[in-house]
Every structure is written in structure tokens, then in C-alpha cells.
Design a protein around this ligand. Structure first.
Ligand code: NDP
Length: 284
């Protein structure tokens, strides 16, 4: 039998990208599964995205992750989109299906799996999302598609917040409202799930927390954070003090990475290996 010196290629395009740890997690998973795949962490400037996506085809890469600032612009270079990616209007991953580039957004799906792993379902629930950026949009749309009753979007900039609430009402069967965030946010007592989907608390600003009246957080609530570095955010610490069930951002990160792994390789993702690798990377 002839030898094969060629690895299958996947990776990430972004800028900044140097500090993105996804490659370490995915490569550990490939090794654990004995797959001859390589994950390339590639710096791609905004104006070079078209050339880079042509490169995905030219190099016959199996797929690619997209991060800042490419998640929306990349839609112009894709052939097909998943339903969620179409509604969200952004993708974080692409699969190259024999030259057809198919875009998906696994951020919100990773979030839902991280909840499910803690026996939390969004079906029929009142979900409050702090933020209306890329992560908030993916989470809001996926929660709505998964049967959440109502999504409350709390955001600093009005236009972004209102746009997300309008999008959810237009494109899904969930109810959604926008709440301006100009004073300390008070959680309504009927809130089931409260999510920080802003970047507040992200390293190095680990001493910052979203402006919430934490005494309105109740033990009946599930409180989750998308920030994963450091995962033990002040937001979650405050919620835990009030007896809430807290879920950190590592689960979302690992699970979206696991979904990407499976979409690229067709193999089941080694979740334990991926989680352990990330924790080690973050010194946890
Ligand atoms: P965006 O830049 O798209 O959105 C940022 C959001 O945070 C906006 O709603 C913005 O409000 C809000 N925000 C930022 N600073 C403040 C502040 N000081 N006060 C109030 N609101 C603020 O970022 P992303 O959505 O892409 O990322 C958000 C976070 O999610 C990041 O920390 C990222 O690392 C994390 N993330 C985690 C993932 C995971 O797997 N765990 C996956 C993807 C992202 P405004 O509209 O007013 O500017």
C-alpha cells in the first residue's frame, strides 16, 4: 500500500487570531481519534477574505472556522447555508463538501448543548440575554428555534438590541422584546435563564461585571456566561452567591468545537480530551 504524506486541512481565519486556542483543542481531538488532520490558525486581513476562501477550495481544505472580523462578510463567498446561519446572518464555520462551501453557526448550538449537559432545557422558558452582538444573536436565535417562549434582549446600543428582538419575532415563533440598558438591569422574577453574552469580564478585565442588580437574581434561575477566559467570572460568582444554577462559558466553547469536529471529520468528538486540553491551556 502506498504511503499518504498529505494531511486533511481545517483551521481558522481571523484577525486578531494569535491568542485563539481552538487549534490546540481540535488538534488534541484529532490525535485522540488517530485522524490525520491539521488545524491551521491563520491571520487573514479583512480585505483578503475572498482570496482566503478561494484558498479553502484551492487547497481542498475540509473546512474552516471564521472569527472576528469575517463571520458576516464570509456569507458572500459561500454556496449554501444552514437554516440557523441564514437567520443569524453569520457563520463561525464552513464545511467544504467537494467544492461546495456550506456555512453553519455552531455558537448557539454549543450553548444549548452546554445547558442540556446540566439538564437545562430552553423549551417554554423566558430567556434574558445581556448583549446583542454575534454571540447574543446566535444564542437568541437558537434558543428561539429550540422552543423558548420569550427572549428579552438587554443591550447598551439601542439599534443593535432592537434589531435582534425584531429578527427573533420575524423569523421564529418565539416572542422577543428589547430592553434598554441605561441603568442597572433588574431581572424579572419570571426569568428562567439569564445569559451574559457581552464581552464584559473577558481577560484581562476579569474585575468587571455586567451592570445588573444582582439582588434580583433568584435561586430558581439558571445563569450562564459566554466569557470563557477566565470562566469563573464575577458575573457567575454574584449569581452563585444568590443561589442560582451557574453554567460557565467553557461548555459552549468546547461543544461548538465538538460540533465543528464532527461536521469536518464525520467522527464523534472526544469531549473529555477537548475539555481537558482547554482547561490546561487556560491554566485551570
Ligand atoms: P460583539 O462585539 O459582536 O458584541 C459585544 C456585545 O457586548 C455587544 O452587545 C456590546 O454592546 C456588548 N458590550 C461590550 N462591552 C460592553 C459594556 N462595557 N457595557 C455594555 N455592553 C457591552 O462580540 P461577540 O458577541 O462576538 O462576543 C462577545 C463575547 O462572547 C466575547 O467575550 C467572546 O469571547 C464570547 N464568545 C464566547 C463563545 C464561547 O464559545 N464561549 C463563542 C463566541 C463568543 P453594544 O452593542 O452596545 O456595543
Amino acid at each position: 500500500m502506498s504511503k499518504n504524506y498529505r494531511a486533511e486541512l481545517v483551521g481558522a481565519f481571523g484577525n486578531p487570531i494569535d491568542e485563539n486556542p481552538t487549534g490546540v483543542m481540535e488538534e488534541a481531538a484529532f490525535a485522540a481519534k488517530g485522524l490525520n488532520f491539521r488545524y491551521l490558525t491563520v491571520k487573514v486581513e479583512k480585505e483578503d477574505l475572498e482570496a482566503a476562501m478561494n484558498g479553502v477550495k484551492a487547497f481542498q481544505m475540509k473546512g474552516i472556522n471564521l472569527t472576528i472580523p469575517h463571520k458576516v462578510k464570509v456569507l458572500e463567498y459561500l454556496d449554501e447555508l444552514s437554516e440557523a446561519a441564514h437567520i443569524i446572518g453569520a457563520v463561525n464555520m464552513v464545511v467544504n463538501k467537494d467544492g461546495i462551501l456550506w456555512g453553519e453557526n455552531t455558537d448557539g448550538k454549543g450553548f444549548l448543548i452546554s445547558l442540556k449537559n446540566e439538564d437545562v432545557s430552553v423549551e417554554g422558558k423566558n430567556v434574558v440575554i445581556l448583549g446583542a452582538g454575534g454571540a447574543a444573536k446566535a444564542i437568541g436565535v437558537e434558543c428561539a428555534l429550540a422552543g423558548a417562549k420569550k427572549i428579552t434582549v438587554v443591550n447598551r446600543s439601542r439599534e443593535r438590541g432592537q434589531d435582534l428582538a425584531d429578527l427573533i419575532v420575524e423569523k421564529t415563533s418565539a416572542d422577543s422584546i428589547y430592553v434598554p440598558w441605561d441603568t442597572s438591569y433588574k431581572a424579572e422574577p419570571d426569568t428562567d435563564i439569564l445569559v451574559n453574552a457581552t464581552s464584559i469580564g473577558l481577560y484581562p478585565d476579569v474585575d468587571k461585571k455586567p451592570d445588573v442588580d444582582y439582588d434580583t437574581v433568584m435561586p430558581s434561575m439558571v445563569v450562564s456566561d459566554v466569557v470563557f477566559n477566565d470562566p469563573n467570572t464575577l458575573f457567575l460568582q454574584e449569581a452563585a452567591k444568590r443561589g442560582a444554577h451557574t453554567i460557565n462559558g467553557l461548555g459552549m466553547l468546547v461543544n461548538q468545537g465538538a460540533l465543528n469536529f464532527t461536521l469536518w471529520t464525520g467522527a464523534e468528538a472526544p469531549l473529555d480530551v477537548m475539555t481537558d486540553t482547554l482547561k490546561k491551556e487556560f491554566g485551570l
